[in-house]
Design a protein around this ligand. Structure first.
Ligand SMILES: NC(=O)c1ccc[n+]([C@@H]2O[C@H](COP(=O)([O-])OP(=O)(O)OC[C@H]3O[C@@H](n4cnc5c(N)ncnc54)[C@H](OP(=O)(O)O)[C@@H]3O)[C@@H](O)[C@H]2O)c1
Length: 293
């Protein structure tokens, strides 16, 4: 499969997601890859590794439009994987990405892929999702080609969502028999790279999932692989307690986790548009169990 695009620039390529996507572009080998980093220049092991594999590391001051435009000249596809929040109370995904979109337009970038890569929500449910939805409207308005990519939870983040591998405990904020999409970072990266080669991904919202199991089914795999029964807690009142400040008041991050489990929209996947089969979820679970022992 080939692509009409040659040069891809990733902003945030030193992060959890951006680094995986950058690695996959280098594995693919058919694109020229640039990693855009924020000034001032700082040493970074992941940037060094990507450079040693052939990526060009470029820097810009995100608050200086001319600097950004200069950095983006010659880019065909811009992929934003920037982080947008220090915590769920401090969301800046709209503000952080807006200067990148303005500069991409001015630098005649052809396609823009924003920093979505998560759960789908209706508007008005979740502040982080609202920021992403608001930004995506700007991307559409800009007239650039776009692809929005929904992946569900990154499987490497199971622990963040409540699967405590070390202590063999899990906290569910939703019905344990509800299905939920999850994808390994390496597959998120493969879907992203291949999206540049598939005509239906132009101006489209692509939804993928490496696994779409119930919470109990994920738990069963953790139990099988760790060789023991886990302690389960179900707390469906977190959002209610957070909104109404009822003791013990959950943190904004806990409310975010509960919102992901309870309010994430279910979707039909576009997996069949892609040429590969995602890896079994047990691969990441085995790694997580090994890391915790
Ligand atoms: N589905 C899931 O389970 C899941 C999990 C985690 C994240 N995500 C999503 O994936 C995306 C990336 O998250 P991540 O965890 O990979 O991010 P991250 O590792 O926290 O950061 C990515 C990169 O963004 C740059 N950056 C940091 N702060 C910035 C700022 N204020 N403005 C502009 N750039 C900044 C940094 O690169 P430089 O220093 O090199 O400039 C950093 O390495 C987000 O949209 C996030 O919501 C999804």
């Amino acid at each position: 499969m080939s692509s009409q695009f040659q040069t891809v620039t990733i902003a945030g390529g030193t992060g959890n997601l951006g680094f995986s996507i950058a690695q996959e572009f280098l594995n693919d080998g058919t694109f020229k890859l640039k990693i855009l980093r924020r000034k001032p220049e700082k040493e970074n092991e992941k940037a060094k590794l990507l450079a040693s594999r052939g990526a060009e590391i470029i820097y810009a001051d995100y608050n200086q439009k001319d600097d950004l435009v200069k950095a983006l000249k010659g880019t065909d596809v811009f992929i934003s994987t920037v982080s947008g929040y220090a915590d769920a109370d401090n969301v800046k995904l709209y503000e952080n990405q807006f200067p990148l979109l303005v500069a991409a337009k001015e630098a005649s970038v052809k396609r823009f892929i924003p920093s979505d890569f998560g759960i789908e929500f209706k508007a008005g449910i979740n502040r982080i999702a609202d920021d992403k939805l608001k930004f995506n409207e700007e991307v559409i308005k800009s007239g650039l080609e776009y692809t929005f990519i929904t992946t569900g939870l990154f499987q490497e983040f199971f622990d963040w969502l409540g699967f405590d591998v070390k202590n063999k405990q899990v906290k569910f904020y939703d019905d344990p028999d509800a299905r939920f999409p999850t994808t390994a970072l390496s597959d998120v990266a493969k879907y992203t790279v291949e999206s540049l080669k598939i005509p239906e991904c132009r101006n489209a919202h692509i939804k993928v999932a490496g696994a779409y199991l119930t919470w109990n089914e994920y738990l069963q795999k953790f139990e099988e692989i760790s060789g023991s029964k886990w302690e389960v807690t179900v707390d469906k009142e977190v959002r209610h307690r957070y909104r109404n400040k009822i003791d013990p008041v959950p943190s904004a991050s806990d409310d975010f986790r509960a919102s992901i489990m309870q309010d994430g929209l279910k979707y039909e996947t576009d997996n069949d548009k892609f040429s590969f089969t995602p890896q079994p979820v047990t691969k990441v679970i085995e790694t997580l169990v090994k890391q915790a022992s």
